[in-house]
Design a protein around this ligand. Structure first.
Ligand code: FAD
Length: 301
């Protein structure tokens, strides 16, 4: 009888003992027992069946740009969709795009073709699936603003969900209540505009980001959601944590809502900084900071 691993190998490319550091923008994390790149949709469905029959934990992964993975060994399977769902097609002022496509690549390509809609996304280094999962956004625009519908693999069935069937708010969607749903594809509305106007917006924002974000160091972008009344970076600054270091991690001295990996940081170094910021901010302002980044493979969390 074939082992479940032999079966999975017939459905996709399987890698064993993969460093999670190589899968996250933080460059932090332990080792994953398996990472699989499904060959095709049938392969993905089959893999999900096999791992369900064998009760193996799994995690769908985009670009790992919003994840703080623990340094522990992960004995499950990480499913990467970027080789399978990596195409997009523009038609009649809309684009249909695979969940594994890079949001930055999509944003630049549509903008350079003179389509307005994704200008907000040219600095968000995630996948379309990851952006839909957490409603990524910037400059007061977000992913759901231009969304029409999403194709989801839900308990083995393909289902198109219209935008009004998904709950979404600032950096949150109802996909986080359905961890076994896999986002496969989405359709977004675009508006035809002038390439030079769109390019100007994109270039201005790029310049702002280059000045205001520590893009030379590994991070996962903003660590906390902005509370209603004030920016998270501002309160973290006010409690004196700009530049604070723990182990190999530091609250960025350029942007206080970024934690950067300055010297082979342990996941715990980052978590300790997160806890410290939450504690000081709560003590001094009574505001509860809510993390925007997601913890993965923490046994005690
Ligand atoms: C330098 C930098 C700047 C950033 N700037 C911004 C910003 O301006 N605005 C912003 O919102 N974010 C920002 N981020 C954070 C991050 O890029 C976004 O949250 C992004 O949307 C995460 O996408 P991802 O593909 O990396 O998802 P991952 O980090 O890989 O995964 C995040 C979650 O999405 C789930 N997921 C991913 N793909 C799928 C799928 N196909 N189906 C179901 N679930 C899925 C995962 O299981 C996980 O739970 C920044 C990060 C960095 C490093």
């Amino acid at each position: 009888m074939s082992s479940f691993i032999d079966l999975i190998k017939t459905c996709g490319e399987l890698k064993e003992d993969v460093s999670i550091k190589s899968l996250t923008s933080f460059r932090i994390g332990g080792v994953a027992k398996y990472v699989v790149y499904p060959n095709d949709l049938e392969g993905l469905k089959e893999i999900l069946l096999i791992i369900s029959e064998h009760n193996i934990p799994y995690k769908v992964w985009g670009m790992g740009s919003n994840i703080l993975a623990s340094d522990d060994y992960y004995s499950g399977i990480i499913i990467k969709l970027d080789k399978l769902l990596n195409k997009f097609e523009i038609n009649d002022n809309s684009v249909v795009v695979g969940a594994g496509v890079s949001l930055i690549a999509l944003a630049y390509k549509t903008c350079l073709l003179g389509y307005s809609g994704f200008e907000y996304a040219t600095g968000i280094p995630g996948s379309v699936g990851g952006a839909l999962y957490m409603n990524a956004g910037a400059y007061k625009h977000d992913t759901y603003e231009i969304l029409k519908r999403v194709l989801v693999l839900k308990n083995g069935e393909l289902v198109w969900l219209n935008k009004n069937e998904i709950q979404f708010s600032y950096r949150h969607t109802s996909f986080s209540d359905h961890k076994n749903w896999i986002i496969l594809e989405a359709k977004f509305n675009l508006v035809k505009g002038s390439v030079s106007d769109i390019e100007k917006i994109v270039n201005d924002r790029k310049e702002r980001r280059m000045k205001s974000q520590p893009l030379n160091l590994p991070s996962a972008g903003s660590v906390f959601r902005n509370p209603d009344s004030i920016s998270a970076w501002q309160i973290i600054d006010e409690v004196g944590l700009r530049g604070k270091k723990i182990g190999g991690a530091m609250i960025s001295d350029i942007h206080s809502n970024f934690i950067v990996n300055i010297d082979n940081a342990k996941a715990q170094d980052v978590l300790d900084l997160i806890e410290l910021a939450k504690l000081l901010v709560k003590e001094r302002t009574n505001i509860d900071l809510i993390p925007e980044i997601e913890l993965f493979n923490w046994s005690s969390k």
